[in-house]
Design a protein around this ligand. Structure first.
Ligand code: KG4
Ligand code: ZN
Length: 367
């Protein structure tokens, strides 16, 4: 049954998005309107339960623990999201359920999928499987998520992306450049050959004795270093910057930090954090600029947890001076790390595209 033809006068679709691919249990209610050429979304309510505290001791995410926590928290997070969105009767008020099926940790993904299926049966709603990476791309389609349901947020998110678009996706599990001719035709033109950039932030933070997740910690220290004029004499490598392709490598950079700390035990954390962050920023910018020059996209989208990084956001903003005609879209900060708001939007796009992913966990699903 099509939700759009169920009632010809229904233009708004209310979607419940569910995300459990990693260490965040997240549910959002999003209102969607329009077709693929003119999409707009409005967040009605969202709730998130982070497992960061639980995984901190392992320095990363521990899959069986993640599964247990998602299972425990999904019903609580659902209730909170529905309540925030003012949904009293989900069976009547909602039109669609969307759930992440990959990429991610399979035991964690399955918890969301099983939960979504159960709700779908209970409420008589279709369940649309979606891709987490498409979610990070779709995260730029929202504005002002802090002003829930405001008219402003609704109007502004319309017609944002002009194709062809280039997406740089930078998270704890992925580092990739994707060319999009439209919402369906997406081609990965480059990716990391080893560690993801967020993973490198997390590992370097650990070497510096900082807690998980390391990105925000390093970025705080790097900022202090810039404010205090502290910089490093040692220049870390800018990996694969001249490789002539769009691939990345962050494992060597991480090892360079390890050797530097071993050989310079009294090195200041501030100095190392800044130099590491600078190396990452320069590498990401250089590859992205090459891709802009070769593929001439009309829009540049940057998605994933690492774009929460203030220094990186500022550098990408500056690109605008160089590429005046390029639309540069960076998600609002609350939508950079994993969330279900972006998942609801991605599912609506998949629904319109009639993309048929299987309702089963696919840990290595590609963008
Ligand atoms: O997108 P995300 O929430 O989860 C995945 O899909 O992987 O990304 C999480 C990653 C972590 O590695 C975290 O350290 C990094 O994003 N991150 C940051 C910052 N905030 C989060 N990295 C650099 N600077 C930040 N401010
Ligand atoms: Zn993610």
């Amino acid at each position: 049954m099509s939700i759009l033809s169920k009632n010809a006068t229904v233009r708004c679709v209310k979607i419940l998005g569910i995300e459990t691919s990693c260490d965040e249990t997240a549910i959002s209610v999003v209102e969607a309107e329009g077709d693929l050429k003119s999409l707009h979304f409005r967040l009605l309510g969202s709730a998130i339960h982070s497992q960061i505290k639980i995984h901190e001791q392992y320095g990363g995410v521990f899959p069986t623990l993640a599964k247990r926590e998602h299972t425990k928290n999904l019903p609580i997070v659902l209730e909170e999201a529905l309540q925030k969105a003012g949904i009293k009767n989900p069976k009547e008020e909602l039109n669609l359920i969307v759930v992440t099926v990959g990429p991610g940790l399979e035991p964690a993904l399955w918890t969301g999928i099983t939960f979504a299926e159960k709700l779908g049966e209970e409420w008589g709603l279709e369940v649309v499987p979606t891709n987490h990476m498409l979610g990070h791309i779709a995260s730029v389609l929202f504005n002002k998520t802090d002003e829930l349901g405001s008219e402003e947020s609704k109007v502004k998110s319309k017609d944002k992306i002009e194709f062809p678009a280039l997406a740089l996706l930078i998270s704890g599990g992925h580092t990739e450049l994707v060319m999009m001719d439209d919402w369906i035709h997406r081609k990965k033109i480059g990716e990391t050959v080893d560690d993801a950039v967020g993973e490198a932030f997390d590992k370097v933070a650990r070497m510096l004795g900082l807690p998980y997740p390391g990105g925000p910690q390093i970025s705080k220290l790097a900022k202090q270093a810039r404010e205090q004029g502290i910089s490093s004499n040692k220049k870390l490598p800018r990996p694969m910057i001249h490789s002539g392709d769009y691939n990345f490598s962050f494992s060597g950079l991480k090892t360079a930090v390890l050797y530097y700390l071993r050989d310079n035990p009294e090195a200041e954390k501030l100095e190392v954090a800044r130099e590491f962050e600078d190396a990452v920023i320069e590498t990401l910018l250089s590859k992205t600029e090459r891709a802009i020059e070769e593929y001439a996209p009309k829009t540049l989208i940057i998605g994933g947890g690492v774009i929460a990084n203030e220094a990186l956001r500022a550098e990408f903003d500056k690109l605008q001076e160089r590429y005046g005609d390029l639309k540069i879209l960076i998600p609002e900060k609350s939508l950079t790390t994993d969330n279900a708001t972006m998942i609801a939007a991605a599912g609506y796009i998949d629904y319109l595209n009639k993309t048929h992913l299987a309702l089963k966990a696919e840990g290595k699903l590609s963008v």
